[in-house]
Write a protein that binds this ligand. Structure first.
Ligand SMILES: Nc1nc2c(ncn2[C@@H]2O[C@H](COP(=O)(O)OP(=O)(O)O)[C@@H](O)[C@H]2O)c(=O)[nH]1
Ligand SMILES: [Mg+2]
Length: 222
């Protein structure tokens, strides 16, 4: 009897946004969906400011058109600071220059543009972060861009601002001839404290990568 063929899909996810917007905590929560109250507290309170790249991986089997697909999410979390704080600290650009040749970073399946709803400047910065992604040629026809309003436990996001950023993304995509339209852009409110939107974000990412990630086949190990 022929061995069963196993289907895989994988994709790189990069959260981009200023420091302290929640990139590290959010990535950890998506990777670990079944956390106890205690684990959640630990992640919220003890996630350290990082000056290095953080890598997080998770795998989930999903069914797409009756086909089971083992989906792997690869998170690459860069430090958010663009300016050097001290001699020992590294900036986004420095870390990126080291990892630039990483094959997984040539094309990004999911770009998370994250801002903190309590700080308007972090929303304004998203334009700069988007420019980075465009300059790196990360965005292609199978890239999903998710605009995330994080920390909604602390404040209510302004719908008008979100709509403005969405149209800015579309304008940039048009100006740079990127194969991205409104179907490639989603918006979501999240809170790492109440877990609002976290499961929805995870499902969104898993589903996108299962259907539009990098596919491969292998043989089931018996
Ligand atoms: N209240 C609240 N705090 C959050 C939320 N997300 C992250 N934080 C806190 O914000 C700080 C920065 O988060 P972190 O993930 O380290 O940000 P990063 O610098 O973008 O990686 C930490 O103290 C987190 O516990 C949230 O949704 N609500
Ligand atoms: Mg961080």
């Amino acid at each position: 009897m022929a061995d069963e063929i196993k289907h895989y899909a994988t994709g790189a996810i990069i959260p981009l946004g200023d420091g302290f917007t929640g990139k590290s905590v959010l990535s950890r929560l998506i990777i670990n969906p079944d956390l106890s109250e205690e684990d959640l507290r630990e992640i919220l309170l003890k996630t350290k400011k990082s000056y290095n790249i953080e890598l997080e991986f998770a795998s989930e089997k999903v069914e797409i058109d009756h086909l089971p697909i083992t989906t792997t999410l690869q998170f690459y979390v860069f430090p958010g600071q663009r300016q050097k704080i001290s001699d020992k600290s590294t900036t986004f650009d420095e870390i990126l220059s080291v990892f630039d040749c990483f094959p997984a970073l040539l094309r990004i399946s999911v770009l998370l543009l994250i801002y903190d709803v309590t700080r308007f400047s972090t929303l304004e910065s998203l334009e700069i972060w988007l420019r980075f992604a465009i300059a790196k040629e990360w965005i292609y026809e199978d890239t999903l861009i998710v605009l995330i309003s994080n920390k909604v436990d602390l404040d209510t996001p302004d719908e008008k601002n979100i709509a403005n950023v969405t149209s800015t993304i579309l304008e940039y995509a048009h100006d740079h001839a990127l194969p991205v339209d409104i179907n490639h852009i989603r918006t979501l409110n999240t809170s790492c404290a109440t877990l609002e939107g976290i499961q929805e974000l995870r499902d969104m990412i898993v589903d996108w990568i299962a259907t539009r990630g990098i596919r491969g086949v292998g043989i089931v190990d018996r």
